[in-house]
Design a binder for this molecule. Structure first.
Ligand SMILES: *[C@@H]1O[C@H](CO)[C@@H](O)[C@H](O)[C@H]1NC(C)=O
Ligand SMILES: *[C@@H]1O[C@H](CO)[C@@H](O)[C@H](O)[C@H]1NC(C)=O
Ligand SMILES: *[C@@H]1O[C@H](CO)[C@@H](O)[C@H](O)[C@H]1NC(C)=O
Length: 444
């Protein structure tokens, strides 16, 4: 009896600690306004693809005053239920169409948080986020009182130290939108550390991870800049694994206008390029599927805190499809003056390289080759698994275009045996679409 009671309390203790410490969910940011043409089947299809990448749910970015929101949200919740085991939560966007009113937020949360697919923190409190809106912080004590929301906004335009104090300390955590490095720097965890220090132990941190950033949308306030994505995706996932944040949010699933989508590219969701009077449709045919390939691996290591000893060996690669100096740069700046950065020509920001990344049980005896057109180069790994060379994990590197054009094929061999080979992405060419450089990258 005593033994049984001991086991029972030990079991309760263990489940209680897991509950407290093992939150660790991975979401992807979805711009709902880009999917107003989606039907039920389209939503089901995207959710299935996200789920097969081990993404736990979607953060649904909704603009204020958008009459198409509720139709899209109804379909999204219906689709999440049909697929099962997939979570949804709201990010109220205070910039896209101006600020949300307190009543509109409350009403939408009352309507949708009852749904079983709405993500509840600790199984009880509906998790709610924002894109900006720090100037409306005073709305949130009342919204929380009315909806029991667990409130984790992105208020990155003010400092984290300031954000945690707003409206009497209304936030339960913060999401950072600082997912890209400045200039030619490599992304560090300095900003994540700043957020975590400001949040302390009682509030949660949601960490951003993004593969790329390029936008050129004259009709949307003249947005036209890029941030450096060279080497970013794998580096950032190593940082997630090291930092072990409470939550991760991938930026984004479908923001085609900022080139950081990792989801598929539905033809019927690309109308924004016309609406925003873009000089080129820089997402069309520019697949980012490669950026999903190692997500199951990265998410498992993040959640379990340890690298598996046996992996499914595989490779993916990414590259821009035009050399930086081949076309007029489209007036795009390297970095964003609107974010207080000193800017540089985009040609200086990025390298004309094919970046490759391979998941291996060991790099022992492994060769990686990169073919551009008729030319083949042998790659060298510059980043290794945390436990070092010869161990299971992700190995990355890059080779320069060096003036070559044509189809890109990347192969990984052990001895003479091909482990994995990829190709079929848009080729590298000295072709200028509409006289404008396309700074987006293909990921295969
Ligand atoms: C939904 O849209 C897809 C294309 O995105 C189309 O193939 C399908 O027929 C549509 N389904 C319905 C029921 O309209
Ligand atoms: C960024 O990382 C790459 C690859 O690890 C390295 O070669 C390069 O020197 C780094 N750049 C800077 C500015 O630290
Ligand atoms: C090419 O650019 C011009 C002006 O920048 C624009 O009016 C036109 O719509 C663009 N054409 C395409 C096919 O994108």
């Amino acid at each position: 009896m005593g033994g049984f009671r001991f086991k029972l309390s030990a079991f309760l203790l263990i489940s209680f600690s897991l509950h407290i410490y093992a939150i660790k969910e991975v979401f992807a940011h979805v711009i709902v306004g880009n999917l107003r043409t989606f039907n039920f089947t389209d939503w089901v299809s995207d959710i299935r693809i996200a789920q097969s990448s081990k993404i736990d749910g979607f953060v649904l970015n909704i603009a204020a005053h958008d009459p198409s929101n509720e139709h899209s949200l109804d379909l999204a919740f219906e689709a999440a239920s049909a697929v099962g085991n997939f979570k949804l939560l709201f990010s109220f966007d205070y910039r896209a169409q101006g600020p949300w009113s307190r009543d509109a937020v409350t009403e939408l949360l009352r309507k949708y948080t009852r749904h079983p697919a709405y993500f509840k923190h600790d199984g009880k409190r509906p998790f709610v986020s924002t894109f900006e809106g720090a100037e409306c912080a005073e709305d949130w004590p009342a919204i929380k009182a009315a909806t029991n929301a667990f409130f984790v906004p992105d208020w990155s335009s003010v400092s984290a130290a300031h954000a945690v104090k707003l409206a009497g300390g209304v936030v339960d955590g913060l999401f950072s939108f600082k997912a890209w490095p400045s200039g030619r720097e490599n992304m560090t965890t300095d900003m994540d550390d700043t957020f975590r220090a400001a949040l302390g132990a009682r509030r949660v941190y949601m960490m951003p991870v993004s593969p790329w950033f390029y936008t050129n949308l004259p009709g949307f306030g003249g947005k036209n800049w890029m941030w450096r994505g060279d080497g970013l995706w794998d580096r950032r996932w190593r940082q997630v694994i090291k930092i072990q944040p409470d939550f991760v949010q991938i930026l984004t699933w479908n923001d085609f206008g900022e080139s950081h989508y990792i989801g598929p590219i539905p033809e019927k969701a690309l109308g924004l390029f016309q609406v925003a009077n873009a000089p080129i449709n820089y997402a069309q045919g520019v697949t980012h599927d490669g950026w999903r390939k190692f997500l199951p691996y990265y998410i498992e290591v993040y959640k379990t805190g340890k690298a598996p000893q046996q992996v499914d060996e595989n490779v993916y690669a990414y590259y821009r499809t035009t050399p930086a100096y081949a076309c007029p740069n489209g007036g795009t700046s390297g970095g964003s003056a609107a974010h207080g950065e000193s800017v540089m020509p985009p040609e200086h920001l990025v390298d004309d390289n094919v970046f490759f990344s391979t998941l291996l049980n060991t790099d022992h005896g492994v060769t990686i080759t990169v073919r551009i057109g008729d030319n083949e180069q042998t790659g060298v790994f510059t980043e290794f698994p945390a436990a070092g060379r010869g161990t299971p994990g992700v190995y990355t590197g890059s080779v320069p275009f060096a003036g070559r054009t044509g189809d890109v094929v990347v192969a990984v061999l052990r001895g003479s045996k091909v482990i994995s080979r990829i190709g079929g992405g848009k080729p590298i060419a000295n072709i200028c679409e509409n006289g404008t450089q396309n700074w987006n990258a293909v990921a295969i």
